[in-house]
Design a protein around this ligand. Structure first.
Ligand code: FAD
Length: 485
């Protein structure tokens, strides 16, 4: 029998006749009553047959479209032959967090959107297969072995996908990594943004448990930045050999209109964190019970707004309305998320924008005054600019309002790092080929260089930076030897 990794030519015509396998989901009326993931677990037989639908095209457009370049045909070949852990290792070779990306990536515009099978049929369900094998790896593969220490120390600011990828890559090579994070638990948006019905927290916890043998230390509840007791300059002065900035884009954009300060008007991250996590996982000032009420209005049109609206449904709201100033065509998020939201009863109000929030007698929001919009010529993003329609104001009653109108990066981090260049939104400037900032020894990646983006692009950036950081650390080791010769 040939080795699994040898891939002889396949009978493409026969493979194209294999029907797409049913990828089961929880029914909407069931899932709104729980926090479990929408997709039900795959079984091995279904996964193998679905993997066999891959026609193994040599050009692998799916791989080309994957930001981390996962060798999808090779991984699916192993899976169809029953080598689940081998398949997972192929994914893990380029992606430290396959279980997250398999669940969260917008596959319809990445791998699956470029799948050749998808030209005439459903594309191969690459995302679900990636998650399936990665889950098996997490449960069945032995954890990494503890490497010999190199004596080098790396500071990582931010325990999101970018920072954690650096910790895994550098820690597994024996560099001691200290990960600083402002929140009480590691995970970044994987924990404090993305709701359980997209990614169970236990997946994040189990991923973190596998880091235990590595020289990775977490210092949580610890903010780094200008005005804090720990600064980036201070970390370098203290003797860290390199610093990685992976602090994301976690500052919710404000909406500066009347009533924005009312009780019951939430930023998305606070709403999602308090709605999805137990109090002991939250910072002390966010532990009070969350009152959502019956009618919830969500402002915004991206994936975060879908997460907020579906969280509101699960928190018991019966009238959840998502307000977006353009039309559905201009929405940037995943169509699947909108479909899930609709199935769960979320209503959409397109072409309208909030004018002010209305207060009741005790300073709590009671409604939103909205104005109808029409689309004018395209703006700098290429999307048609919304313009108010005079005299079209109307009111939506609301017990709570959630603002999900985008994120900026926290400027206090680069402000504490002399020589690191950033723009007025806090976005860092880096060399895209090395991940290095303008300050030698300081690297960055993820949402703090891209703006709010994707888990997979944060991992891609971290992989690039990790390679340069390894070279940087090795060069430090060589220096004394060179001086002696
Ligand atoms: C609600 C929501 C839903 C999303 N859904 C998806 C999805 O379905 N699919 C997808 O691909 N992407 C999704 N994203 C985007 C994705 O989560 C991010 O692109 C990704 O997490 C970025 O990773 P990161 O490591 O750069 O930053 P983050 O995940 O933001 O992690 C940054 C970490 O840095 C910490 N930090 C910040 N400032 C400081 C400081 N001064 N000192 C110390 N620590 C600090 C933060 O506490 C955080 O833990 C979503 C984002 C949100 C907000």
């Amino acid at each position: 029998m040939s080795e699994i990794h040898e891939r002889p030519p396949v009978d493409r015509k026969a493979r194209l006749k294999i029907p797409a396998q049913h990828i089961a989901k929880q029914a909407p009326n069931a899932r709104i009553n729980n926090w479990s993931e929408v997709y039900l677990p795959l079984n091995l037989e279904t996964a193998r047959v679905e993997a066999e639908r891959c026609i193994q095209c040599p050009a692998a457009p799916c791989q080309q479209a994957c930001p981390v370049g996962n060798d999808i045909p090779a991984a699916l070949w192993k899976l169809e032959h029953g080598d689940v852990l081998g398949s997972a290792e192929v994914f893990h070779g380029t992606n430290s967090m396959s279980e997250m990306c398999g669940r969260l990536c917008p596959q319809e515009r990445l791998c699956e959107g470029h799948c050749v099978v998808g030209k005439n049929a459903k594309p191969v369900a690459i995302g679900r297969l990636e998650a399936f094998v990665a889950d098996a790896r997490r449960h069945e593969s032995p954890p990494p072995v503890t490497p010999a220490s190199t004596g080098r120390r790396v500071a990582i600011v931010g325990a999101g996908p970018a920072g954690l990828t650096i910790a895994e890559d550098l820690g597994s090579r024996g560099h001691h990594c200290t990960v600083f994070d402002a929140w009480p638990l590691a995970g970044g948006v994987l924990r404090y943004g993305i709701p359980d019905f997209k990614l169970q927290k236990e997946v994040v916890d189990e991923w973190l448990e596998r880091l235990a043998p590595l020289p990775v230390e977490f210092r949580v509840n610890t903010r780094v930045g200008e005005g804090e007791s720990i600064t980036v300059d201070g970390l370098l002065a203290e003797g860290y050999d390199a610093v990685f900035l992976g602090h994301g884009a976690s500052v919710g954009n404000p909406l500066e209109i009347e009533g924005a300060e009312l009780t019951g008007v939430f930023q998305a991250t606070e709403f999602l964190s308090r709605g999805n996590l137990p109090p002991d996982a939250l910072p002390a000032d966010m532990r009070q019970a969350l009152f959502v009420g019956r009618r919830v209005v969500i402002i915004g049109g991206g994936d975060t707004s879908m997460d907020c609206s579906r969280t509101a449904v699960r928190l018991g709201a019966t009238e959840v309305t998502l307000v977006y100033r353009r039309t559905e065509k201009e929405m940037v998020g995943r169509e699947e998320e909108r479909q899930h939201a609709r199935e769960e009863g979320v209503k959409f109000e397109f072409l309208c924008a909030p004018v002010r929030f209305l207060s009741n007698n005790s300073g709590r929001v009671r409604g939103v005054e909205l104005q109808r919009m029409e689309l004018g010529p395209p703006d700098e993003s290429g999307r048609r600019r919304p313009q108010p329609v005079p005299g079209s104001e109307f009111t939506l009653e609301a017990d709570s309002v959630v603002l999900a109108i985008g994120y900026s990066a926290d400027e206090c981090v680069p402000a504490s790092a002399k020589g690191v260049v950033y723009d007025r939104w806090g976005i860092l400037s880096i060399n895209r080929e090395t991940g290095e900032t303008d300050r030698r020894g300081v690297f960055a990646g993820g949402d703090d260089v891209n703006g709010a983006d994707l888990v997979v692009t944060a991992i891609r950036d971290a992989k690039i930076a990790a390679r340069s950081m390894l070279a940087h650390l090795e060069a430090l080791e060589l220096r004394p030897a060179r001086a002696a010769s």
